[in-house]
Design a protein around this ligand. Structure first.
Ligand SMILES: C[S@@+](CC[C@H](N)C(=O)[O-])C[C@H]1O[C@@H](n2cnc3c(N)ncnc32)[C@H](O)[C@@H]1O
Length: 429
């Protein structure tokens, strides 16, 4: 691979924006990965072409020297095929044109300027609102398409990460602890999307600041990639629903399926349930829940197990707050929210009767947002409950109070403003 000098005739066939000016050096990449999805053709959130972040290497030439780095993307964004080196002289408009063409910008300027550039790009990307479609389902598809496209475009502003997780850029913050928390020990130098890095920094702040949980009178500390109980209305449902008699008997056990931070297991422990087994299939959630339960002095009462759905045995109470939107996750970090074809929900309901004591109850915490988006009807949910040999004993509900529910500019406003999260109390028929 050769460095391409700044000679216009070398850029035949490239659009005018691609011809380098000061502040942006065209470099070539011989990435062996499939090309990044280019804007325009994406109709569903797609699994990116690169199977795992760690397997991709990007190559480029810079100042006449061949360079390569590991492409790191926890959200599994595909490695960009063409890369431009950019610095403080690169204008936001020009950067926007580059990313629209699928070109990665490897930043060599000031870190804080890169953050500003990312915000400027986000404003430009966010401007492209289209009128709502005819149906709620079509609007939801449009929303996801535009979110996927935004993530792809904004994910093209790249920063280098050294093997000790330092960022070799002027005025870069110390992100070593945040990266170690999110990624573990570094496997060598890498290049990462600045957007992902800001997510890692944000997660680090939440992990140390924590989220106050009124039902516990204490804080829960979410880890990177673990569902955070930041919109906590549903927690009150679990802390206020009447506990079944069976779970108050000595030796009784409760399960919390898909525990995330461990917050629902902690609420059950806090309410006096003597023994809780909490599960999650995500290793990060298991580690996070163990840490939170230990901080709350509940580790002796709550065991956290890494498994798919239920632990072995039966319980007097089984609580579950599954992912509530039946659609493909757009990234590996979305699995707590998106559940293709209601797979986890279906399997949870189908398996519940084999994991409940005779007088036991299953508590399903579920938002009806999917119903307002026409992705799953109430009838389908009730049929799933019925086909699983279960009956509804009671249902309590709460409306979300978060800011987005009141944002009339949000494409999904109609659905979000009507959303109710319910606690369904279920028993074996
Ligand atoms: C919406 S989050 C709820 C987390 C937590 N219970 C809460 O209420 O804050 C759903 C959780 O289910 C977990 N999950 C998804 N599929 C699962 C499965 N098949 N088995 C166990 N856990 C699963 C996810 O990793 C995630 O932590």
């Amino acid at each position: 691979m050769q460095w391409i000098p700044w000679e216009p005739h070398h850029f035949q066939g490239l659009p005018r924006w691609a011809i380098p000016k000061p502040g942006a050096v065209i470099v070539t990449s011989k990435s062996h990965e499939s090309p990044v999805s280019l804007p325009g053709g994406c109709t569903e959130p797609v699994e990116p072409a690169v199977p795992a972040a760690e397997s991709a290497t990007i190559h480029w030439t810079e100042a006449g020297i061949e360079q390569q780095a590991r492409w790191h993307s926890q959200s599994r964004q595909a490695a960009p095929v063409r890369i431009v080196v950019g610095d403080d002289r690169l204008s936001a408009d020009r950067a926007y044109r580059l990313v629209q063409q699928g070109t990665g910008i490897l930043w060599r300027g000031d870190f804080q300027n890169a953050r500003q550039l990312l915000s400027a790009l986000a404003r430009r990307v966010g401007r492209q609102r289209q009128p709502p479609r005819s149906s709620a389902a079509a609007t939801f598809r449009q929303h996801r398409e535009s979110r996927t496209r935004q993530a792809q475009l904004l994910g093209l502003l790249l920063v280098p990460l050294a093997s000790d997780y330092s960022v070799p850029l002027r005025r870069a913050p110390d992100v070593a602890v945040a990266c170690t928390e999110a990624y573990g020990v570094a496997a060598g130098p890498s290049v990462i999307a600045l957007r992902e890095l800001t997510g890692v920094i944000g997660a680090h702040e939440w992990r140390h600041k924590g989220v106050q949980i009124p039902a516990l009178g204490a804080r829960i500390y979410p880890h990177y990639g673990v569902f955070s109980p930041i919109r906590g209305e549903y927690l009150a449902l679990v802390s206020e629903a009447p506990l079944p008699q069976a779970v108050c008997a000595s030796g009784a056990v409760a399960f919390d399926v898909g525990t995330g931070t461990g917050v629902l297991a902690a609420i059950l422990g806090h309410r006096g349930v003597q023994r809780v087994i909490a599960t999650d299939q995500d290793r990060r959630a298991v580690d996070c829940a163990r840490e939170n339960l230990s901080n709350l002095n509940l580790a002796g009462r709550v065991e956290v197990v890494e498994t798919d759905l239920f632990p072995a045995g039966r319980a007097a109470l089984v609580v579950c707050n599954p992912p509530w939107i039946p659609a493909m996750p757009a990234s590996t970090l979305d699995h707590a929210v998106y559940d293709p074809e209601s797979n986890m929900l279906r399997r949870f309901l189908a398996g519940l009767k084999d994991h409940l004591e005779p007088e036991g109850e299953g508590w399903l915490v579920l938002s009806d947002l999917a119903e307002h988006l026409e992705l799953r009807s109430r009838g389908e949910l009730l049929a799933m409950i019925d086909e699983s040999g279960l009956v509804v004993v009671d249902r309590s509900g709460t409306a979300p109070t978060h800011r987005r529910a009141g944002d009339t500019g949000d494409l999904l406003h109609a659905a979000r403003s009507a959303e109710i999260t319910s606690l369904w109390r279920l028993k074996v028929r």
